[in-house]
Design a protein. Structure first.
Length: 202
């Protein structure tokens, strides 16, 4: 988390000095939602974006870590209570283990369903035998928890992307709501007349 925040700060500080304020605010909003609003002087608006951004990152990082913890636990649990080597086994294999008490029961069911292509071959480390139905259900619950937290993390990633789009649009809205108006006097070198320039950036 700290590394990500440090990266964002470094990237923001490296934005070209000659870049217009408008372009800089838009780019900042894509790097870190709320930063563009803060650059425009809208502190309360920026704060709400930054709080939501922090919450999304917490869900994303926390969900991923908890999902990995559950995955590590259910793999170790399976090796201990089902006598199977979980190294190299994918999610589908784990699901099948959670639904069937043993290797033979699974294969017999696939044969009856005429799903021969889904049968596991013997002698390739796919055999399992749960020591109790209770432990099989406990394993299945840990598997479900791992998948659920992984989905939370995935939703948070989608939220982070959407949050940047919303912040980008918000900066454009603020620019139109509070247009950048510049008023400057100029003296013509040819005529010597004093001229006033009014610039409205929408």
């Amino acid at each position: 988390m700290r590394k990500i925040l440090l990266f964002i700060i470094i990237v923001s500080s490296m934005l070209p000095a000659q870049m217009s304020s408008s372009a800089k605010s838009k780019l900042q909003s894509l790097i870190l939602p709320g930063l563009g609003e803060l650059n425009m002087g809208h502190e309360k608006r920026a704060q709400s974006f930054l709080i939501r951004e922090a919450a999304l990152w917490l869900v994303c990082i926390g969900g991923t870590k908890v999902s990995n913890w559950y995955e590590s636990d259910y793999r170790a649990f399976a090796e201990l209570h089902a006598g199977v080597n979980m190294e190299g086994k994918d999610y589908i294999f784990a699901v099948n283990m959670g639904n069937f008490n043993n290797f033979s029961e699974y294969n017999d069911t696939r044969k009856l369903q005429r799903q021969v292509n889904k049968i596991y071959k013997e002698g390739q480390g796919n055999e399992w035998q749960w020591d109790s139905d209770q432990n099989r259900k406990k394993f299945e619950n840990m598997l479900i928890q791992s998948v659920s937290y992984d989905k939370y993390a995935s939703f948070a990633i989608g939220g982070l992307i959407l949050h940047r789009i919303i912040s980008f649009i918000d900066v454009i809205y603020l620019e139109r709501l509070y247009p950048n108006i510049s008023f400057s006097p100029q003296i013509s070198t040819k005529t010597g007349n004093l001229q006033f320039t009014l610039q409205l950036n929408l």
